[in-house]
Design a protein around this ligand. Sequence first.
Ligand code: SF4
Ligand code: SF4
Length: 333
Amino acid sequence: MPINKKSFYSFIESECGVRGFSGIAVLNLSAGKLIPFRDILAKTYLGNQNPDWPEYMRRTAELRADPIKLLPWAKSLAIFAFPLNSIPVNENFLPQTDNDELSGLVAGYAGRIDYHSYLTEKIYIFAGSLQKYLGKNFGVEIFVDTKPLAEKSLAAFSGLGAVGLNSCLLCKGEGGGTCLGVLAMDIELPETEPVDFSAPCSACGICVDRCPTGAITGKPGEFKYKKCRSYLTMEKKGVLEEDDRKNLGEWIFGCDICTSPCPGSKIPPPLKVDLEWLLLEDDSTVGKIIKNSALSYPGLKLLRRNAVCVLGNKPSAKGKSILAKFAGLANAN
Ligand code: SF4
Ligand code: SF4
């Protein structure tokens, strides 16, 4: 029996309210509407590759170019936005300090429960609820940064929000303060209507002025990934050259400077981690703490490399004495 659209939209709205999603967009992968979007993705990812892309984007460009190639079995996708500020605080986080000379900044979301596992669990519960609502079981797979899907583009195309000059998905009422997840399903579902929202970038430009590294150029669709602190602190392995080290400023993980002022954003404030502790505590104690947080993505070695760079960016007598013990760490692999 065909699914009643009105009732389905009420179900989606109710799930957003009950589970705290900022929005859910449903995309039918066999609908004709997807054809022009696949063309855009193909031009973006299969044309002349942008030299500013990080290596993982180049490596996965072919799959990013076509969600159907990546998920040939799927008939519908649901794309979820969840407000980072609603994720519970991780009570077992790295020690923090008010001593500016020995602190390093960590993007606020990392001090919450790891959004990958938190959002996956929420989407899993949604999938169960949808099966109950439809009265049938169906095949599903959940992705939260776990497959080379062009999530942001999919979210924008399916009407969940718009990509801002800071390269984040901006959602109505949330600015850039959300994380994204995707549920692939082997059933056809009605597509949701686009949210009435457009990015206020042309009248704003705050992130262009504030980005300290020049990653945000102000040109729509252009973003210098390799200059961004998120790339430098989490993705870039090995040696950080002098320009990169300077570009870290005080940040050892991510950076909130372009997302926090985005109109509507309510992102968690950055955390001032104790770098002396991070560098001198034994590996297994630090490892146990970062294992259950978003910091596990770069891992201990890169975090310590970044900590060494940050201490070098704001020299103090105490900082220098710590740095003397870590002369080789700025080159972590
Ligand atoms: S800060 Fe302003 S210009 Fe930058 S992404 Fe947000 S709305 Fe757009
Ligand atoms: S995260 Fe920081 S470095 Fe990266 S674009 Fe935003 S402001 Fe610039």
